[in-house]
Structures are given as structure tokens and as C-alpha cells.
Design a binder for this molecule. Sequence first.
Ligand SMILES: [Zn+2]
Length: 144
Amino acid sequence: MLEVRWRRAADVISRLTTPPTPSRYDEDGYLPQACAITTERVTDFPFREELPAELRPRLEELVRETGDGGDAITRLAGWKLGGWPTWHLTHPMAFACGDCGTAMMLLFTVASDDETGVVVGRWGELRVFVCPADHRHAFQADLH
Ligand SMILES: [Zn+2]
């Protein structure tokens, strides 16, 4: 089960110094073990087929440099807030909001990663898409 909660920073008047222990540790492999979160700002770009044509040669150069073999710019290790979704398994597609039809945007990605010990499906990603028109509209999640 996946749950998305929205909070305003101004509404947070006290911080938890000891987060509660998830009640489903043993049965839900998507929950990481307790750890510290280290944030890192990265530059993210749309998937290669969605890039403007003038940027594609630079992308091909980046792919050669990294040896990634494909999606070197949207498929990042770790967990990602915002940014662009990868489409390394399928062609790019839009998720339409089930409430208003607006094209949804990527909110969060949980990528399989050795460092975090999280494995999603067959070494894939869990992605959460939300409606940019109204955060109260239902989110969509997929495994990619
Ligand atoms: Zn909507």
C-alpha cells in the first residue's frame, strides 16, 4: 500500500527526533531500514526521446562517456523527488489524472539501489505521479 500525504512546512511546529517504527517492516520489502537521508541536488533532464533535437548529440556523448548504454540522464540511483521519469522499458507516455485529465507529473521515484538496499520488482523503480492542477486528485503509481 502506498500513501501520499501533503503537509505545509509552516504547519510543522515540532520535529520528530525519533521517527515511529513502520508497522510492516517484515512484510513490505519497499521499506528501507532506518537510516539517515542525505540529499543531493542533481540536474535532471527529460528522457532522450523527449529532449529537444539540438541537445541529443550532447546526450549521445554523455552516454558514451558514462558507458550507461542508454538512459544516462533520468535513471539515477537512490530516491528522487521531482525530476523526469525514465522510459528505459517502454516508450514515453503521459499519465492522465483520473479526476480531471491533466497530464500528471513525477513526484517521487524509488530506484533499486545497492547503497540503500532497496530492490523494486526486478531491479526497477517505483514511481509516483501526481496531478499538477490539484494535489487533492488521486495519485498514480507504477513499477517501471
Ligand atoms: Zn487532476
